[in-house]
Design a protein around this ligand. Structure first.
Ligand code: ATP
Ligand code: MG
Length: 414
């Protein structure tokens, strides 16, 4: 068992914006507490960036009280009782206490209630179900504190039943395990997740995507991905094969600032078709898809790069490709037989990625050719393309002297 940071609960409550909020929303007949992730993270001594609250007040009353107090209130999810209240620029989500009335594996019909115990019991894991009162009292109805101290992610109540209420909890089980647990996953949760696995098929791709991308950047993503694979979840989630070695190398490389889409690339993209499939499978945005496609293209380039990759090659590569994607592709393939990469080439790439060296930009424009006497028309495009090939082969120079010489040579071809 590890110690928890009880003092952090007091520190959390000492934040002036949160204090003001709780003072306004607590009274003789109404009670509002901090709930869920904020309490969990404070106890772990981890940063608390989002504070959610639960309250006995009904949504209209929350809106009314916020207005009286001069807080901006936005009915972000008013149909399920959630209002965002902004205090001195800091947003808080306040949700009316709820109890599940009906569940079908993906949606729940909820009623508003006034009971903190019932609200805790409808949450997923014990570590996510604690609440904290304005007076500093920690309420733990499900044994969350002990599980948190043991770094254990456990369902509240019977795991099978809880999963059948909402199959997304399978994904959340692995996601929270990867982020907060130590040791092996809770055996009951793992067995129930395996047994109920087919239920994932009824979930929307968006919900799966959200949990999967969060899992990929969790502290113990690598181990947890292995567990997902060993228990037959991964192929279905990704719709294809997984590259564990590449994922591990990228995860070791980007530990301080992991980016989910690049980790997904390392794990699940081998060829360009993988990027197409994942776009569909996980409802990726155009930008996310573009990143996966760029990574795939670089992989195939690097795999067939016959010479060792040196600084000149890097310069040429970043002229055509996003430095970030190149960095991920090189990290992913670092211990593979090809490509062979010079140490100073990696350093050069680091400079392009950080922006200390700017990416070379092709120095000629159509206007330069027109000025040199080439008539407007398709010829311009062809000549520029040929000039660009020469520019890439000659080291992507961008100085004036080179640019003028290149223009002269292009015009001589006329
Ligand atoms: P994070 O820091 O990842 O946002 P979190 O604890 O805030 O962690 P959320 O997914 O934002 O996690 O959910 C907020 C809280 O709502 C959880 O702590 C949990 O109590 C509850 N919750 C969220 N999703 C579910 C679910 N599918 N089933 C039951 N309870 C849930
Ligand atoms: Mg949250």
């Amino acid at each position: 068992m590890e110690t928890l940071h009880r003092q952090e609960l007091a520190n959390l409550l000492a934040r002036p914006e949160l204090r003001r909020l709780l003072e306004v929303f607590n009274g003789r007949t109404e009670e509002t507490r901090v709930v869920g992730g904020a309490v969990r993270n404070a106890l772990l001594g981890r940063p608390v960036t989002e504070v959610d609250c639960a309250t006995t007040m009904l949504p209209d009353a929350i809106m009314g009280r916020a207005k009286e107090a001069g807080f901006k209130a936005v009915p972000t999810g008013i149909e399920h009782g959630t209002i965002t209240v902004i205090v001195d620029g800091e947003p808080f989500e306040i949700t009316t206490l709820r109890e599940d009335v009906e569940t079908d594996g993906r949606h729940a019909v909820v009623h508003f209630g006034r009971d903190f115990v019932r609200d805790a019991r409808r949450r997923d894991f014990t570590i996510n179900a604690m609440s904290l009162g304005l007076d500093g009292q920690l309420y733990d109805y499900t044994g969350g504190e002990a599980d948190l101290a043991a770094r254990r992610v456990r369902f509240i109540g019977d795991a099978h039943t809880r999963i059948r209420e909402d199959y997304l909890r399978i994904m959340r089980f692995f996601r929270f395990h990867a982020e907060y647990a130590q040791g092996a996953p809770d055996p009951e949760g793992l067995a129930a997740s395996g047994a109920e696995r087919q239920g994932l098929a009824i979930l929307s791709k968006e919900r799966i995507r959200h949990e999967l991308l969060k899992l990929l950047v969790a502290k113990r993503a690598e181990e947890t991905i292995r567990i997902l694979a060993d228990h037959g979840f991964l192929t279905e989630l990704l719709g294809g094969a997984a590259e564990f070695g590449r994922f591990g190398r990228v995860a070791a490389d980007d530990r301080d600032s992991p980016v989910a889409i690049w980790r997904l690339a390392a794990l699940a993209v081998g060829v360009e078709e993988d990027a197409e499939r994942l776009r569909d499978q996980l409802r990726l945005s155009n930008d996310e898809h573009r990143k996966l496609a760029a990574y795939a293209e670089l992989l195939s380039l690097l795999k067939t790069w016959s010479l060792p990759v040196d600084t000149a090659a890097i310069r040429r590569l970043v002229a055509d490709h996003e430095p970030e994607a190149l960095g991920i592709a090189l990290a992913a393939t670092a211990r593979e037989p090809s490509p062979v990469v010079h140490e100073d080439a990696r350093e050069a790439l680091a400079r392009y990625r950080s922006g200390t060296e700017s990416v070379p930009v092709f120095p000629l424009r159509g206007a330069d050719l027109i000025e040199g006497g080439v008539p407007k028309g398709p010829k311009i495009g062809e000549m520029l393309a040929r000039a660009r090939q020469a520019w890439l082969a000659e080291g992507c120079r961008t100085d004036e002297v080179y640019a003028r010489d290149l223009l002269r040579r292009v015009l001589e071809q006329l």
